[in-house]
Ligand binder design. Structure first.
Ligand code: ZN
Length: 64
């Protein structure tokens, strides 16, 4: 019996088996889009993803 659960992608709502969504519950298409979006913001050094990344970096540095 198959138990793979179908869940919607948090971004586009496309329904996929849970194992095909990433840990943030995005489908592969949205995950790629999100990754490109984040990369663009890091490159431009502005935007909410850049701020988030900056904070994560600071936190990582403090742990050393
Ligand atoms: Zn999606």
């Amino acid at each position: 019996m198959r138990t793979s659960k179908i869940e919607p992608c948090v971004d586009c709502g496309k329904k996929l088996p849970r194992k095909e969504l990433n840990r943030l519950r995005r489908c592969p298409d949205c995950a790629r889009k999100k990754m490109l979006d984040t990369a663009t913001q890091l490159y431009q050094r502005s935007g909410p993803e850049y701020d988030h990344w900056k904070e994560a970096c600071k936190a990582a540095v403090q742990k050393l």
